[in-house]
Write a protein that binds this ligand. Structure first.
Ligand SMILES: [Zn+2]
Length: 425
């Protein structure tokens, strides 16, 4: 029943979307990035994906933890659905792609999780989730580059972080299927390109996904000595607010312009310091996290398939709301204990921040896509789970709501800088 209503709303919204003049973009774009071409390009891509109503009825297979299933009760009609496969702690269901937004909304309201589930485009792919992921290889983590790290930390600027958050959240949304979802990704790619334009060892690429228009953005710094080894610093780029609209008001300032802004500042500092890593660094802004970690899962699956020697992954997702006593909370479940300890030591060595631990459950952010593939992944988070930003996934997730500054995200940019140097050696 709910679903019928959803269809109606969706149909009228998409009708509106395709018959009205395109919405105005008025973020304050400067710094020489050509936003006009980004917008034109986004229209082209979006029209390629100009899906008819029934196309959005494509089946998608989701994996959900049994703990969350029990807590969902009757919401999302799970009681009348039979799982197609069931493992020790995870079940696989078939849903319609258009239902992903609703499930994401329920997960956020009930458990304050986003996404809280994996969405796959094939049943075979989802089946992998019902068995325990392969154990991550042992990582070797050392801290011995204060000569490089300390001067770089002096260059981190809170103002730059606020600037990027402001620009990204000026888009009506960065929804994975909307035109602004595409053009904002294109803008970020242009911005990153501009930052690294004088570096021959750095490239920026858009990663196309087959099932939706929003691309992921990948910046690669080629390692000078061991380029086959890779460290990944990532965060999702998309935003969402509720469900039933293909063009919601979703500024996503904390979730997750803040993480992307902290990473962008780390890139800027790396370039300004002339830092060249010995191993390859990849900065990734993932598409389509809010609807089942789809962008990061495709990318992490591809890395696994290609046998990329990933040394470690960190995820920044929500960095600018200080909801708890300590500064940085390391997510302790579905992450790598050795790398978590390393991050704790980095914080103690290079900052005076206090760190704690918290848990976020199954598939709560993109780190889980890497963990599922047996890679070393960690997730430094803004607060104790449950004390994090209450305004996410709504029109209220603005920079103003976190005080109009980026004092908290600044700490995560510092951690990212320390991480990239100590990993890059
Ligand atoms: Zn998020």
């Amino acid at each position: 029943m709910v679903y019928k209503k959803f269809l109606k709303v969706f149909f009228s919204v998409s009708l509106f979307f395709f018959t009205q003049p395109l919405p105005a973009f008025n973020p304050d774009f400067d710094r020489g990035v050509d936003i006009r071409s980004a917008v034109e390009e986004s229209r082209k891509i979006e029209s390629e994906f100009a899906y008819a109503e029934d196309e959005r009825e494509n089946p998608v297979w989701i994996s959900v933890s049994d703990t969350d299933l029990a807590g969902l009760g009757n919401e999302f009609d799970f009681t009348s659905r039979q799982p197609l496969a069931h493992g020790n702690t995870v079940s696989v269901f078939k849903v319609k792609e258009s239902e992903l937004d609703e499930l994401s909304d329920i997960m956020n309201r009930r458990f304050h999780k986003s996404a809280g589930f994996f969405a796959h485009t094939s049943f075979e792919s989802a089946l992998k989730d019902i068995i325990a992921p392969p154990a991550a290889m042992a990582g070797a983590f050392t801290i011995d580059r204060p000569d490089v790290v300390k001067p770089m930390l002096q260059m981190v600027s809170e103002e730059n972080i606020s600037d990027i958050i402001t620009k990204l959240s000026a888009y009506k949304n960065r929804y994975y299927r909307s035109e602004t979802g595409v053009s904002s990704a294109r803008w970020l790619a242009g911005y990153w390109k501009e930052l690294v334009k004088d570096r021959a060892d750095v490239s920026v690429a858009l990663h196309r996904h087959a099932s939706w228009p929003q691309e992921s953005v990948i910046l690669t710094v080629k390692g000078s000595a061991n380029p086959e080894q890779v460290a990944v610093l990532g965060g999702h780029f998309d935003s969402i607010a509720g469900w039933g609209s293909s063009d919601p008001v979703a500024p996503g300032a904390d979730d997750n312009a803040s993480g992307i802004a902290a990473l962008t500042e780390a890139i800027r500092v790396m370039v300004k310091a002339g830092y060249k890593p010995k191993i390859t660094l990849k900065f990734i802004a993932y598409a389509a996290e809010e609807v089942g970690l789809r962008g990061s899962r495709e990318i992490a699956d591809a890395f696994k398939k290609e046998g990329v020697a990933v040394q470690g992954v960190i995820q920044l997702d929500m960095a600018n709301y200080k909801g708890s006593a300590d500064d940085i909370y390391l997510i302790a479940d579905h992450t790598n204990a050795a790398q978590n300890a390393f991050l704790g030591k980095l914080i103690e060595t290079y900052t005076n921040y206090r760190w704690g631990e918290t848990k976020c459950g199954y598939a709560c952010s993109d780190h889980a896509s890497w963990t599922a593939n047996g890679f070393i992944a960690s997730f430094p988070f803004e607060a104790k789970m449950g004390e994090d930003n209450p305004n996410i996934h709504s029109a209220k997730d603005t920079l103003a709501q976190t005080g109009g500054h980026s004092k908290h995200a600044f700490k995560f940019a510092n951690l990212a800088v320390a991480y990239l140097v100590e990993m890059g050696k």
